[in-house]
Design a protein around this ligand. Structure first.
Ligand SMILES: Cc1cc2nc3c(=O)[nH]c(=O)nc-3n(C[C@H](O)[C@H](O)[C@H](O)COP(=O)(O)OP(=O)(O)OC[C@H]3O[C@@H](n4cnc5c(N)ncnc54)[C@H](O)[C@@H]3O)c2cc1C
Length: 819
């Protein structure tokens, strides 16, 4: 065994081996993998081998697409067959909401180039003659289906062996029966791994340990939010009906998914494999995989399987005549949102995770591809935020992860409504005024563990969402809140904001090198600033306020706490000239905005609030009511006169009551996240993580005024220079969508030119309640960005006309903000 390598991958399942393979494809040959027993001994050997292209996530969809394409070419490249059956994939729908989900997915599929067809019952029967179209109470009629002709199923062990062959041929080493038992950092900053076969030191470490993610994370002091859940499938004997169909010349049947009954069914040696996602499947190994488990499986749990077996047998009566050969019940790794953890570990340099895969056979190719890119190039080639391990934070306690993973598992096949808010492990983190907001009718959602009020039900209205792809029960209430903000005064509780304090003699110069904008030079000034990737894409968005000399208050999205904190801490200079503190938990934030906000705030403070004394885009440390040391920032995300009040959290109750008391005569009210979405869309305000991602540069995003090319060096500057020289390919646009009656754009809709060619994508959309227009924002090829340009947009399968608007259709000159 070598004693030093550039990258050491720990874990020899399909994901680890794919990572190793892709590192060699990037030209890094001094790489090795260790596996505690034998390759594929974890979950890989018993996987059912399905490769579904279907995924609602723009990122995961791209990873799956890459995998499917790679697996088709691997046999020719490596000489190892992988038994890829391109049988296609058929997802049935028996209700309108399910069809809406498929149509919503089609938007994403179109924007990433995944081929699919939406078909009717007649075509379903032609593709799958052994299926009953149904129409009774217990077997509902199929009303349509989503068909992917290009995917199917594969032999997971053969796939792993092909990747192994490719990696080895390029110089990678694989050591089986070699377990990592301890990890230490060397004085030079490398990683020394103690194994059962001796020590090995590596510049970079990749953890790809599947069900062992908890204990391998612990070797490094990481609490990895990946805990497996039991997952089982049934293997049936030969089916006479299937045999007759195939011997009669029938082609292999597509993998069938009856989503509304939560199961999949595929052919296996003239019989079947039936896999349900059942209710009640327990999480396992929260404290680590016990020594005795090894390559074993759990006993099958028939009780959990029965309802799905019965539903499948009603749909495919041929199942009735087959005996059950085997039940495979194995651990399948999960994370609280069901997506894997691919990317840097937080707090540690050169440690990478490729963990938490529940569709690991499907995702292995794509995850290895992008992780290798990230390790070798320093950043991934596509926007990986949806799978970045730092999208979770310290709140992912063991009990949180267990509850969430069990919930995610049992919801694999439920309809993924865009406004869905799942109930488990809540409330986890909440603002001090949570109870006060509940009493005001808050209907809660959750992001990054935080409870956030989505909207407020007035007295007599049920505090509950009816989730939908279309306008729903909260539509008019959200409209009322949006108008309140535009016409009177509203409060939004944005306590979850991520907040850092940067101080010390090197603070200003250090921050300036991280972001594209100029860091404010004068105390009391603020600047919207973007940290870029080296390719010039947008990685983070910070509002930087100069509180005092060499003292900056840095605010970013609530969901970016670990993502931003990790970036900032890793970038700190080593000379001690900068002090960085994450103070997210110690300050709350209320947004007070609307035309009456000045009158309300002026009752509570002696600070002059007129335009000359407290202009737009400035900040002061003031007293508000009994609260002292309140950072008042004259800025907000809704485009109204107003202040963000960032206060020491212990004043939350008093400040809240004081604002409402002072605002009573002005009609003050609470405003939720959905109204904020509507308001920001009317102002063309881009949301970090959705509209602003590493896929687009600030020039494409129309943020030119926040980029100072002449200020000196900053990360991403060279890439921007190149883009300016070559021409900016895409432009940010705001669209009015015409003819919408009940389904507004929500993001990930493709945009078309007059000839039907795809020329861009919407990244967000919502109904603008004050403008009374259905709005979308997104990116189009530069020649289609002129106001007045007519484009096509597809919403839930319906073609709509859209007009490019001048930016910020509400109050384009910001007169209300400056009022
Ligand atoms: C019943 C079932 C059916 C499934 N069907 C499908 C499917 O149809 N399609 C699909 O895409 N996915 C499916 N999956 C999921 C799929 O099996 C996993 O996502 C995938 O195998 C994960 O691969 P991995 O490499 O991350 O983990 P694993 O295959 O579990 O590999 C991790 C490896 O790390 C090794 N290891 C751990 N700790 C150490 C250490 N300290 N030192 C050295 N080595 C270590 C382990 O021994 C193990 O071999 C299924 C899962 C189950 C349970």
């Amino acid at each position: 065994m070598k004693n030093h390598v550039r990258v050491l991958v720990i874990g020899g399942g399909v994901v680890g081996v794919s990572t190793l393979y892709h590192l060699t494809r990037k030209g890094w040959k001094d790489v090795a993998l260790i596996e505690r027993t034998e390759l594929t001994a974890g979950s890989t050997w018993h996987a059912a081998g399905l490769l579904p292209l279907f995924n609602m996530s723009y990122t995961v969809g791209q990873l799956h697409k890459y995998s499917v394409d790679l697996y088709k070419r691997l046999p020719a490249e490596t000489g190892q067959d992988v038994s890829f059956h391109v049988s296609g994939n058929l997802r049935l729908a028996t209700c309108r909401e399910r069809m809406d989900e498929y149509y919503k997915y089609c938007g994403t599929a179109n924007t990433i180039g995944v081929p699919f067809e939406v078909i009717g019952p007649k075509q379903v029967k032609e593709l799958w003659p052994l299926l009953e179209l149904g129409g009774s109470a217990d077997t509902p009629a199929i009303i349509g289906a989503l068909y992917h002709p290009d995917d199917g199923h594969i032999a997971p062990a053969d796939l792993t062996m092909a990747l192994r062959k490719g990696a080895r041929a390029a110089g990678a080493e694989i050591y089986e029966h070699t377990e990592a038992t301890a990890i230490e950092r060397t004085a030079s900053g490398e990683w020394q791994v103690r194994t059962s076969k001796g020590d090995i030191t590596a510049e970079h470490l990749v953890l790809a340990t599947g069900n062992y993610a908890r204990q391998s994370g612990r070797l490094l002091g990481l609490n990895v939010p990946a805990i497996p859940v039991e997952h089982q499938y049934i293997v049936y004997d030969e089916s006479p009906e299937l045999k007759a169909y195939r011997q009669g010349g029938g082609r292999e049947l597509a993998v069938l998914r009856e989503s509304d009954q939560s199961y999949y069914l595929r052919e296996e040696r003239m019989g079947w494999i039936l896999g349900p996602y059942e209710k009640g499947a327990p999480a396992r190994f929260a404290d680590g995989v016990p020594e005795w488990f090894g390559r074993s499986l759990f006993p099958g749990d028939l009780d959990r399987l029965v309802p799905h077996v019965e539903a499948a047998t009603r749909r495919v009566p041929a199942l009735e005549n087959c005996g059950i050969k085997d039940i495979v019940n194995g651990p399948i790794s999960y994370t609280p949102d069901g997506s894997p953890l691919i990317g840097p570990a937080w707090g540690l340099r050169n440690v990478w995770l490729n963990e938490g895969h529940s569709f690991g056979i499907t995702a292995a190719g794509g995850s290895g591809w992008q992780l290798a890119e990230w390790i070798v190039e320093g950043e991934p080639g596509i926007d990986m935020l949806a799978v970045d391990p730092r999208r979770f934070g310290a709140y992912t306690s063991k009990r949180y992860v267990v509850k969430k993973n069990e919930e995610t598992y049992r919801n694999v096949f439920t309809i993924h409504f865009p406004d869905e808010e799942r109930p488990e492990a809540r409330p986890a983190k909440s603002s001090p005024v949570y109870d006060k907001l509940s009493r005001r009718g808050a209907v809660w959602g959750q992001r990054y563990g935080w409870e956030r009020a989505n909207w407020f039900a007035p007295p007599g209205v049920e505090c509950r969402d009816r989730w939908s792809f279309r306008r729903s029960n909260y539509f008019e209430h959200v409209g009322r809140e949006a108008r309140l903000m535009r016409e009177q005064v509203g409060v939004i509780d944005l306590t979850p904001f991520t907040k850092h304090e940067v101080s010390g003699p090197g603070a200003e110069a250090w921050l300036d090198g991280l972001v594209a904008n100029k860091v404010p030079a004068r105390v009391g000034r603020m600047a919207l600033s973007h940290a870029l990737t080296r390719r010039g894409g947008i990685r983070s968005e910070f509002t930087i306020t100069k509180i005092a000399e060499q003292h900056f208050y840095v605010v970013s999205a609530g969901a970016a706490e670990r993502y931003d904190s990790d970036y900032l801490f890793k970038a700190l200079p080593r000379d001690g000239s900068v002090t960085l503190r994450n103070i997210t938990g110690s300050r709350g934030c209320f947004v007070l905005a609307g035309p009456k906000s000045r009158e309300v705030l002026s009752q509570l403070t002696d600070t002059a609030l007129d335009n000359a004394s407290f202009p737009w885009l400035t900040a002061q440390t003031i007293e508000v009511g009994l609260a002292v040391d309140v950072y008042a920032l004259r800025v907000n995300f809704v485009g109204a006169l107003g202040w963000e009040l960032h206060f020491p959290v212990e004043y939350a109750h008093n400040l809240f009551d004081a604002l409402f008391e002072a605002g009573e005569d002005h009609g003050i009210g609470m405003v939720g996240m959905r109204a904020m979405e509507s308001l920001r869309m009317e102002k063309s305000y881009r949301m970090w993580g959705t509209d602003l991602t590493p896929d687009y540069t600030p020039f494409e995003a129309g943020l030119d005024r926040f980029v100072r090319m002449n200020k000196g060096a900053f990360i991403g500057r060279e890439a921007l220079e190149k883009q300016l020289a070559a021409g900016v390919p895409n432009r940010f646009i705001t669209l009015e969508v015409h003819g919408v009656t009940d389904a507004d754009p929500l993001g990930n809709e493709p945009l078309f030119d007059a000839g039907g060619r795809m020329i861009g994508r919407a990244t967000s959309g919502y109904y603008g309640h004050c403008l009374r227009k259905s709005l979308a924002i997104g990116y189009a090829q530069a020649q289609f960005a002129q106001p007045g340009t007519q484009l096509g947009i597809e919403i839930l399968g319906e073609a709509r006309q859209a007009t490019v608007l001048r930016e910020s259709p509400y109050d384009p000159d910001n007169l209300e903000l400056r009022a």
